[in-house]
Design a protein around this ligand. Sequence first.
Ligand code: COA
Length: 171
Amino acid sequence: MGEPEIRRRRDDDLKACVEALATVHEADRYPAEWPADPGAWLTPDGLLGAWVAVEGCPDVLGHVALTRTGQDLAADAGLAADQLASVARLFATASARRRGVARALLATASAAAEAEGLRLVLEVEDGGGAAIALYEHTGWRHAGTRTGDWTTADGRAALLHTYVAPAGGLH
Ligand SMILES: CC(C)(COP(=O)(O)OP(=O)(O)OC[C@H]1O[C@@H](n2cnc3c(N)ncnc32)[C@H](O)[C@@H]1OP(=O)(O)O)[C@@H](O)C(=O)NCCC(=O)NCCS
């Protein structure tokens, strides 16, 4: 298997992205609730950009988006919201795990953010073990924990951890 290609998401990628997301929902309950309009869910408010990992058209192996940052995350990060870009909608399909898909997506998103003078930040729910391992192992700094305003699928109050990307970006 070669390296997947990372490129900007195009409008005509959305169908394949939704199919890929369906495998992630099935495997990991991410997102916890299947959205009524998954294409819209992959295109959140304040979108700054989105990238896909592809291997042979039209297979999508992974996805990441960057959005504008809200005040809670900015306060955790200790930076102004307009100095930050938030990572959102990050996933790798269940059959493409541990091949560096997420790492490569984040490196590309990080370079785009850095070109705009923005630092990456994100929040992850406490139950996201693989995601937390990814951030902990790739240089992100834990910058705070808050209680979310919803209940997880297994009945816990959501616990949200904020992570800030390393200065100098991800590689
Ligand atoms: C989290 C997720 C995006 C990781 O994607 P991935 O492409 O498999 O991750 P990578 O292959 O780039 O992993 C890079 C490093 O992160 C760490 N890592 C990733 N998954 C891990 C796991 N399940 N357990 C332990 N460490 C893990 C490792 O250090 C890994 O490097 P290594 O494989 O050389 O040891 C993927 O598991 C996923 O889509 N999960 C469901 C959706 C989700 O939780 N999204 C994030 C919401 S905040």
